[in-house]
Write a protein that binds this ligand. Structure first.
Ligand SMILES: Cc1cc2nc3c(=O)[nH]c(=O)nc-3n(C[C@H](O)[C@H](O)[C@H](O)COP(=O)(O)O)c2cc1C
Length: 165
């Protein structure tokens, strides 16, 4: 993996997050979890390169984001679509996702990621807030929250960008 500046990133972020998807991973070598996320964004906040990540409270990964200061967002080539589908449909509560997908966890940064990633953003939480019904302006998004499971938004500094080329 080669480190680049966040300002050197030239991905189309709409495609990378929305179409290629990401894995959100947090925890330690002893206990970590990963899940697929395709909602979120990257940009600038408080003058820092920033990732905006949205996690529903029922996700097992939520506990790991709550209990750790750092997490990674990692991106994979099309050949890992099946692996990312599994990570987005099974829970780490009852599945060993690394074993099922063949993805190899790496623990050399402040949060785990997988060796097969083509891009890794190491993120440090700066701010977290639950979305809520009272703040909704566009009624049409209410349909996403029929179970009242409002996402928690994490606003996180991107402290490192790694690329595999
Ligand atoms: C393509 C795709 C995108 C997803 N995006 C998100 C997301 O942005 N936020 C979220 O909370 N769940 C998202 N999910 C759902 C979680 O990945 C899924 O519930 C997963 O099984 C949770 O695993 P866990 O219980 O091990 O954390 C997505 C699922 C898929 C398939």
């Amino acid at each position: 993996m080669r480190e680049i500046s966040a300002f050197e990133l030239n991905d189309n972020i709409f495609k990378t997050i929305g179409k290629d998807w990401t894995l959100v991973t947090a925890g330690t070598k002893e206990k970590y979890n990963t899940m697929t996320a395709s909602w979120g964004s990257v940009g600038i906040m408080w003058n820092k390169p920033t990732a905006f990540t949205f996690i529903r409270p029922q996700r097992y990964t939520y506990e790991f984001l709550e209990n750790n200061e750092y997490y990674t967002l990692s991106v994979y080539g099309e050949e890992y679509r099946k692996a990312l589908t599994l990570c987005g449909t099974k829970s780490g509560r009852d599945t060993d996702k690394a074993k099922e997908t063949g993805l190899t966890p790496v623990f050399d940064e402040k949060a785990p990621y997988f060796e097969q990633a083509r891009l890794v953003l190491v993120c440090r939480k700066m701010y977290a807030q639950d979305l809520n019904e009272e703040s909704i302006i566009d009624e049409s998004i209410k349909g996403n929250y029929k179970d009242n499971d409002y996402h928690r938004m994490y606003v996180s500094e991107i402290v490192k960008v790694l690329v595999n080329d």
